[in-house]
Design a protein around this ligand. Structure first.
Ligand code: URA
Length: 454
């Protein structure tokens, strides 16, 4: 057999030839990648053909050159938003996906309160991880599908705006993302890189801070894979003229205390009121400090951090969130009355089987349990239950007595409740001593170098 990643120019651009070429481990030519993305955008490739190629990419990989071309083609499936009419350095943010990862929803208004312009194109739930768009849609009336004119006007007036891909901006990612969610084709460095960076390059940011999740609840389970993804993302961003930095952060256990769309919005509002869980606040402060620095809104790291903390504690970020919410059609009443968010009818508590310390609370098990309860999708067109999810009542290191509630499962239909209970129980370990503390931020990758904090 020929070595992988040889380009076979004599393969035609017939869909089946492109799929076969990648299936057999060859690198796709520029034309083949263009044909694929064109077919995704104009609908001429069927879902089953696209899914077959996605699976071949997951199994066979892509070279850095193919990944860069795929990203380019996905950016060119729509238009790059031009934000030059708004003064200042625009700083985007994106996470590669985690459980309970609601950082963007708080961080965008926090950074905006510090004077940073934050254009943010987000995604929906992917696999066992939640999506910013689904979370925001649990706020009655909130619209994520805005026109470009609306996006730009809100950015200019408020400083932050969170939207979905549109017909005009990154449409190829929209379709591929939905297919990958339901065809077990998420875990791929080239596909994640192209998906994330096509949105970041399209949204009009001058600089981007990325949160590459690493651990059981992430798509990159190990440090080496997470580092490779971080390098891939930074290199694509930098080669397209966007200053790009990636933090590698721990995702072995859910972030904060809520997993599930409406539950997470309630936690975001608490955090914006200065009452957020310590891990969530710490990550927001770390990423926000960097965003403020990249936007040149502070003279030192200490000054940037003080600005971020003040935005959270003074209510300034909450004010920005409220402005954004109103401009995007959402009911601002949710800020004072979380009862206006969708609420699940039933709860099932998962109790500690023994006394001791929580030594493991597995993010993937909790994320999958939340999907079973209705918080995520099993099919592209499946509706999700915005009220469903899990609240985390105890975290690793907490002391517990036998019978203490560790998790609460929130559900309406509960069709897969037994499976969700089984998953949730399988994610909890209890021991006689507390587990060693693990840092939240594991590493930092940027154009000038890399740092490891472990
Ligand atoms: N976030 C994205 O936007 N795309 C991915 O593929 C994974 C996380």
């Amino acid at each position: 057999m020929d070595p992988p990643h040889t380009i076979y120019p004599f393969f035609g651009l017939r869909v089946v030839d492109i799929i076969r070429s990648k299936r057999d481990g060859h690198a796709l030519s520029r034309d083949a990648i263009e044909a694929f993305i064109q077919g995704i955008t104009d609908g001429s490739w069927t879902d089953y053909q696209a899914s077959a190629l996605l699976m071949a990419i997951v199994l066979r990989g892509m070279t850095a050159e193919e990944t860069s071309r795929l990203t380019d083609a996905m950016v060119r499936s729509g238009q790059r938003v031009d934000l030059s009419s708004i003064p200042g350095i625009k700083v985007g943010k994106h996470s590669t996906g985690g459980v309970g990862d609601k950082v963007s929803i708080v961080l965008a208004p926090v950074a905006a309160a510090c004077g940073v312009i934050v254009p943010k194109m987000s995604g929906r739930g992917l696999g066992h991880t939640g999506g910013t768009l689904d979370k925001l849609e649990s706020i009655p009336g909130f619209r994520v599908a805005l026109s470009l004119d609306e996006f730009i006007a809100i950015l200019r007036d408020v400083g932050c705006c969170l939207i979905s891909q549109t017909r005009d901006v990154a449409p190829a990612d929209k379709r591929l993302y939905a297919l990958r969610d339901v065809t077990a084709t998420i875990e791929s460095i080239p596909l994640i890189s192209a998906s994330v960076m096509s949105k970041k390059l399209s949204e009009g940011s001058d600089a981007v801070v990325l949160d590459v999740k690493c651990g059981s609840g992430a798509f990159m389970k190990g440090r080496d894979e997470a580092l490779a993804l971080a390098r891939s993302l930074v290199s694509i961003g930098e080669s397209h003229g966007v200053r790009t930095e990636a933090f590698i952060t721990n995702m072995d256990t859910p972030l904060g205390g809520a997993v599930g769309n409406a539950l997470e919005i309630a936690e975001c509002i608490d955090t914006l009121k200065g009452a957020g869980p310590p891990d969530l606040v710490a990550l927001i402060v770390r990423l926000g400090t960097r965003m403020v620095q990249l936007a040149n809104r502070a003279n030192s790291e200490a000054e940037a951090e003080a600005c971020v903390r003040n935005a959270l504690e003074s209510g300034a970020a909450l004010g920005k969130f409220q402005e954004m919410l109103v401009r995007q059609g959402g009911d601002a009443g949710v800020i004072d009355d979380a009862g206006k968010l969708p609420q699940a009818r039933s709860r099932k508590y998962i109790e500690a089987a023994a006394a001791g310390y929580i030594t493991r609370l597995d993010a993937e098990a909790v994320g999958r349990a939340a999907v079973m309860l209705g918080a995520g999708r099993a099919r592209v067109d499946a509706p999700i239950d915005l009220a469903a999810g899990v609240t985390v009542l105890k975290k690793p290191g907490d002391a517990i007595n036998q019978g203490d509630s560790v998790l609460a499962l929130h559900y309406n239909e509960g069709r897969q409740l037994d499976e969700a209970i089984r998953l949730a129980e399988s994610g909890i370990d209890i021991g006689d001593t507390p587990p060693p503390a693990t840092p939240l931020v594991l590493g930092w990758v940027h154009a000038q170098g890399e740092m490891s904090y472990v």
